[in-house]
Design a protein around this ligand. Sequence first.
Ligand code: DON
Length: 575
Amino acid sequence: MPADSILKHAFMLCLVLSIALSSAHAEPDYLNKSTAESTSFRNGMVVSEEQIATLVGLSVLKEGGNAVDAAVAVGFALAVTHPRAGNLGGGGFMLVHLSKTGRTVAIDYREKAPLKATRNMFLDENGKVDTERARHSIYSCGVPGTVAGLSLALEKYGTMPLEKVLAPAIRLAEEGFAVTPELRKSLLKAKGRLKKSGESMEIFFKNNGEPPREGEILRQKNLAWSLKEISKNGPGAFYRGTIAKKITAYMKKEGGLITEQDLTSYEALIREPVTGSYRGYSIHSMPPPSSGGVHLIQMLNILERYPLSQYGHNSARYIHILSETMKLAYADRSKHLGDPDFSPVPTAHLVSKQYAKRLANRVNPQKATPSIYVKPGSPPPAGGTDTTHFTVADRFGNVVSNTYTLNFAYGSGLAVAGTGILLNNEMDDFSAKPATPNAYGLIGGEKNSIAPGKRMLSSMTPTIVFNGEEFLLATGGRGGSRIITSVLQVILNVIDHKMSIREATSAPRIHHQWLPDTLYVERETGKDLEARLREKGYEVKRTGPMESAQSVAKTEGLFLGAADPRHPGGLAQGY
Ligand code: DON
């Protein structure tokens, strides 16, 4: 390792030690852990896409906090250290398993359409979707849910006060942290969009228009102010107080739709997870307004009917059965899924074993069934960098599986003046027009049309799997439409192919979403497999690394963590 890189690592670890919640004891093994070689741990495990945030979560666990305390601290820390997806101005979903009651609950803190939003707000005068307006303008911002969601999780299921779990994030924003190569790279990539916002430029770029170099310290003064306001006054600061005032003033100035009423009426909700079983294991995942859990369980129900382990991992026959199954699920997604508070979603039907039996009859055992009956969508973009998942498990038996996002990297690119808070561009997850694909190539219909106060459909799939009463694994990931299929494959890899969680996470993945009628396979799967899949009738597209998943598993009383190696910067760490 070059000397400057050693220094940077040392700086980062010292900083994390210094922000540990109280008198941190410098344990030598703590200092020596690197991303590559985390092993099994007995007391707890944190996995996130950014190293400092993982270490913040770990310090909370070591302080005696539970998985929820640690997860909330990680959520706020990522808003500082992983700003392309960690956020205060976005939304997400958290699954919490509580050891005391044996219950698992789902916290829905998805963004909502502003009350002034209208069904056709993204159509131009010719009735075509204006993607610039839907994805990159002030109208792309949904009413943020993150601050409400993390605070609700802590209040209901945590043990520490908000000030305590916010302290590391405040310190990281105020005193800064060393910029990683990944952060610099992502800022360079997003500069075109961030340029539209004075506040974004002020946060992330120097006067000469350059992002900070690797190792330079990034301080976020305005974000520190916002975090301190939340620490002092609770989530009310964001929805009714000083931050709310700045958000509404910004919206007024820029002609945006979010009003005081949108903020005061926003609520994070506690929902029942969607549940199912797969080869005797029980699956708990996110219910609507995410489509993730419903389609994960629907696909597992179909796949349970096939002896997948006999087919062999990533054999042509195996990939064929997976692809046929994926197509059926994504076709249903386009028609049946949306915000259940606006129109009923037939969840029970979609996740039933009987329905899976009927669907399995439509699987052609030999050849690809063409997705020709609906106009194909445009291809989804390559593996995204824009959502982020983290998983925390503690020694008390509690588990948190959380995915949150701004949608694209840095969301809309717009940051609220004076707050350091980037705003999401989640409104593009609605179906702006029937049969017209969104940024992920996903088609939607009436159930996911825009309406005031409605939550846009998501693919985020935070999931926890149990073997009887015993925790088996928790996972989730990023990558838009590909999230559901990646969570599916991590689970299949563990249950059917008996892989460790680390092998299961890194094994090459495939993806099919019905429309476009294309089978995406990661390059590592090899050329001859591609030829065999073409013989079966697939249009195959070989891709680079797809999305990433962050997981924790427990075997024989020990936690094993896996930060997805596809994208550098993550860390699985236990103690
Ligand atoms: O909620 C959803 O399904 C999308 N907004 C997720 C976006 C995403 O995963 C982007 N990044 N990789």
